[in-house]
Design a protein around this ligand. Structure first.
Ligand SMILES: Cc1cc2nc3c(=O)[nH]c(=O)nc-3n(C[C@H](O)[C@H](O)[C@H](O)COP(=O)(O)OP(=O)(O)OC[C@H]3O[C@@H](n4cnc5c(N)ncnc54)[C@H](O)[C@@H]3O)c2cc1C
Length: 434
């Protein structure tokens, strides 16, 4: 029997993972990536010996990404965030961050009534049934479950740090609470050497399984069979057409729509997607001015700062790699570098004298589409299999019914594998197109 020919368009972590899984399942896979490098948003740049991910990246230890990577044989090394030296940031000053019963009682970012509300909510968090909460917005859920503004603000801060999403009016409570449950139950991993180590490992496994990688190779269109809604292959920028039995599109909703011009369904999905965005400041410091301060989380604004090198190998000996970020969204869609510098002034006063390398990004797309309450939450996201075009699939952090961020990318990659390589039985087997 002839192997199924699959064209994967996009060499980020999602496309690469799909390619490796499909090749292992016996498909003949060619992956096309328009840039010179693989990795997409999961790439890491080395600057003066510091390993800069594209903004703060953490792998959810209970998430689909780690599950799928392990299935492939990739075992990421690194560490969980340091539990000490963590602070709440309010009005530009550090306060005790409630992390457990003692800090919850001693912090001054919550009133006594707020502390009691938060304690009760967190004690029952793991048991919340998120199933019916798809169409409920996180804002609506917060205002129904918590009566006090201070407790609402604190839980909103936890939602931002676990989902990256500041638009709580749009975000489905189902997705937000699942993220929070996952983060509080099993924490996250900062990866030694940065996320490019994951990309490199998946690339190696993909090559070993026979994936053909074509870099600097932009796909311009999906080619459909004459007179039928079924894929025939892809057309590259130089006009050549490469035949394929199935095509997997692993870019953004706008990338997908552009590859099938005139398709009203894909165009509408692209128009209606709401990306999650963030501003980031990456800092390589020769040393930490305050060696005991590792983390700050804004409770009155969308701020984040974390010394990732305290947990993972990301800096030269003695140095520190710090990520500072502002979660954009809702009414607040812009960020000046000075806003992120002010967060560092609070966490690490004197940091400017220690700067070896720095990189500011005013707006990055963290996720191409957040799970919207208005669309029913996770199950309302576009399915992996494009229903009206035979042989057309998509992968990404805006696709399928499982997870957010890289977890959604890799869960959708696995769902494509399950659709195209049906004999594979995995523990998390879901219906094709889930
Ligand atoms: C600041 C920031 C922080 C983040 N933090 C986290 C985190 O803590 N945890 C987490 O799980 N996730 C996090 N993420 C999200 C994570 O990086 C992404 O979900 C994941 O990397 C997406 O991978 P992907 O392959 O689906 O998409 P991408 O990485 O965007 O890859 C898509 C690829 O497709 C290529 N492409 C598109 N169209 C074409 C075409 N026509 N022809 C050829 N190639 C094409 C693009 O060049 C690109 O390389 C973060 C992202 C950012 C930006």
């Amino acid at each position: 029997m002839q192997a199924m020919k699959v064209a994967v368009v996009g060499g980020g972590l999602g496309g690469l993972t799909a390619a490796a899984l499909l090749a292992r399942g016996g498909c003949e896979v060619t992956l096309y990536e328009r840039s010179k490098h693989l990795g997409g948003r999961a790439r890491t740049t080395e600057v003066e010996g510091f390993r800069f991910n594209l903004g703060p990246h953490a792998l959810y230890r209970a998430g689909a990404a780690l599950r799928v990577l392990r299935r492939l044989g990739v075992n990421p090394q690194g560490g969980v965030p340091v539990p000490t030296g963590t602070h709440a940031l309010r009005a530009g000053r550090l306060h005790t961050l409630p992390r457990g019963p003692v800090t919850l009682m001693t912090t001054d970012v919550l009133s006594l009534a707020g502390k009691l509300e938060v304690a009760k909510l967190l004690a029952g968090l793991a048991r919340i049934d998120t199933g019916p909460l798809g169409p409920v917005s996180m804002r609506q859920w917060l205002e129904t479950r918590l009566t006090r503004k201070d407790s609402q603000a604190f839980i909103a801060a936890l939602v931002r740090v676990s989902s990256y999403c500041a638009d709580l009016e749009a975000l489905s409570a189902e997705a937000a609470l699942k993220q929070l449950q996952s983060a509080t139950a099993a924490n996250v991993l900062y990866v030694d050497g940065g996320w490019s180590t994951l990309v490199d490992a998946v690339e190696r496994l993909g090559r070993e399984a026979g994936v053909r990688l074509e870099l600097s190779s932009r796909v311009e269109a999906v080619v459909l069979q004459a007179g039928s809604a079924r894929v025939e292959g892809v057309r590259l920028a130089d006009g050549t057409v490469r035949g394929a039995d199935a095509v997997v599109l692993a870019g953004s909703p706008a990338d997908v729509a552009a590859l099938v011009p005139g398709d009203a369904v894909l165009a509408r999905e692209a128009r209606e997607a709401l990306p999650i965005q963030a501003a980031t400041l990456e800092l390589g410091l020769s040393a930490l001015p305050r060696p005991d301060a590792f983390f700050a989380l804004g409770v009155d604004g969308p701020w984040y700062a974390s010394v990732h090198s305290a947990s993972a190998k990301l800096a030269p000996e003695g140095g520190a790699m710090v990520h500072v970020a502002k979660y954009l969204g809702g009414a607040d869609t812009e960020c000046r570098e000075a806003e992120l510098e002010a967060v560092m002034d609070a966490l690490q006063p004197g940091w400017r004298a220690k700067v070896v390398a720095r990189r500011f990004r005013p707006s990055l797309t963290v996720s191409a589409g957040l799970p919207q309450a208005a669309k029913g939450g996770l199950t309302g996201r576009p399915p992996v299999q494009v229903p009206h075009i035979g042989g057309l699939y998509r992968v990404g952090d805006w696709v399928g019914a499982e997870g957010m961020l890289a977890d959604a990318s890799l869960a959708s990659a696995e769902a494509v594998e399950q659709a195209l390589v049906p004999r594979i039985a995995t523990p998390q087997r879901r219906a094709a197109g889930a």
